[in-house]
Design a protein around this ligand. Structure first.
Ligand code: PLP
Length: 451
């Protein structure tokens, strides 16, 4: 490792000279160099510690540098770092068994990928081949990844730059969002009923017999932590069953403890036909994602070749870290911790912040998966910054993020929201410490409030 620079200035210089960053105008960014991380914190070169209220990209569910994870990776690396997917492997077999087990009944096979976008690419390929139908329905206000098919599924501005060059056959529809209902609903019950009626109408005019699958985030993640109102997901399942359409649950962000369940859809007792996962499966200690297949979908490929694969499908080292992660989750009650923090600490404390700060329009979430939606006026619900704001328009949110960082919390902000998405392993004291800093930072957003 002698050639890796140790000085901050050199790390920064090489980054600007040679690293091409995601989702960025390259000349307009200045990424902060980070030197280390542990538990719920990470540290920059000046020794400033940040409480990670973003879990990086909402993926470090087990916290940074969990010692048992590090040990498991080191142990497995000492034996075998890679073996191709056509050969069987103990870490891969066990990871698949454990993931099937937590997915529940009738979901017994796993196809491994490197991350979430590839998981969704394969999920829609499986749905199309299983049903023999061409179209996939996906929601507006969603994110499903940045490869060609996955960005086509995505229902947010990140899709715009690639359009129209995404895959054909994707149709978007509106999901429920009680705070900003597309259906003019005034109650969660109305929202469920009207969102399901809208989905039925969409299917009617698209032609049910042309639709292979409906993909959705059971709790919409980046686009607002939109917890579906009671009955919605069960209703979608019913509609799918009526028309022979597969239900694909994108659990890339919502899964593995984030929402206080192994998979968020389990919160409503709904069984999907395909589950895509990544992020929290091993907290990104190594790249890993995949698709869990129902027995019926898996059987389609018993005698028929599955036309898909990846050099690193089921990478042994990544799978070994997933095995370790799932065991640690069980041993340390991490799912229970996430659920308890949501119910007893984050939810009630955010409700207090909403009472105190006029600019907080709505708080919502489950587990360690919460959104604080900021507004300029509670009656009109005018967002603090416009949809997809950038530059000067986004200043109120940029100032808010800067205030959080100055206070020692790394926030996850998106449009007019800040998301409270710390590791599932965070302690109650750390949550309170972070929320106290958020409380101070919200004074900056209150200054934009107008009656
Ligand atoms: N699906 C959801 C719900 C996501 O949140 C993400 C990433 O944020 C993805 C898919 C894409 O995952 P990846 O970035 O690992 O390809």
């Amino acid at each position: 490792l002698a050639s890796i620079p140790t000085e901050e200035a050199e790390v920064r210089r090489l980054d600007r000279a040679h690293v091409f960053h995601s989702w960025s105008a390259q000349a307009h960014i200045d990424p902060l160099p980070i030197v280390s991380a542990a538990g719920s914190y990470f540290t920059d070169y000046e020794g400033k510690r940040y409480l990670d209220f973003s879990s990086q990209l909402v993926n470090v569910n087990i916290g940074h540098q969990h010692p048992r994870m590090i040990q498991a990776i080191q142990d497995y690396a000492a034996r075998m770092t890679t073996i191709q997917p056509g050969l069987a492997n103990d870490a891969r077999s066990e990871a698949a068994r454990l993931i099937s087990e937590v997915a529940g009944e009738g979901l017994n096979k796993v196809f491994f990928t490197n991350a979430g976008a590839e998981a969704n690419e394969n999920a829609i390929r499986m749905a199309r081949l299983h049903t023999g139908r061409p179209k996939i329905l996906a929601m507006y206000r969603s994110y499903h990844g940045a490869t060609h098919g996955a960005i086509g599924l995505t229902g947010d501005p990140r899709r715009w730059g690639t359009e129209p060059h995404t895959v054909p056959g994707i149709v978007h529809f509106w999901g429920p969002y009680p705070y900003r209902s597309s259906f003019h609903s005034e109650t969660p019950e109305q929202e469920t009923e009207r969102a399901l009626a809208h989905l039925r109408d969409t299917i009617m005019v698209e032609g049910a017999q042309t639709i292979a699958g409906i993909i959705l985030e059971p709790i919409v993640g980046t686009n607002g932590i939109l917890v579906p109102p009671p009955g919605y997901l069960a209703g979608v399942r019913e509609i799918c069953d009526e028309h022979g359409i597969l239900l694909i649950s994108d659990e890339v962000m919502a899964g593995f403890g984030r929402a206080g369940e192994w998979f968020a859809i389990q919160h409503w007792g709904v069984r999907p036909d395909l589950i895509s996962f990544a992020k929290g499966v091993n907290s990104g200690y190594l790249p890993l994602g995949g698709v869990v297949l129902s027995d019926a979908v898996a059987a389609t490929f018993d005698d028929r070749v599955y036309p898909g694969g990846l050099t690193y499908s089921g990478h042994p080292l990544a799978c070994a870290s997933a095995v370790a992660s799932i065991q640690i989750f069980k041993d340390e009650g991490i799912i229970e911790n996430a659920r308890r923090l949501g119910d007893e600490v984050i939810g009630p404390e955010l409700a207090k912040l909403a009472e105190k700060h006029p600019s907080v329009g709505d708080v919502r979430g489950l587990g360690v998966f919460w959104a604080v939606e900021l507004v300029r006026n509670r009656q009109t619900r005018e967002p603090l910054v416009p949809y997809n704001a950038s530059g000067a328009d986004a200043k109120p949110m940029a100032d808010f993020a800067a205030a959080c960082k100055a206070g020692g919390v790394w926030p996850m902000t998106h449009f007019n929201r800040t998301h409270v998405v710390p590791p599932c392993t965070i302690s109650e004291d750390e949550v309170r410490e972070g929320l106290a800093i958020l409380d101070l930072a919200l004074d900056t957003t209150d200054t934009y409030y107008a009656e």
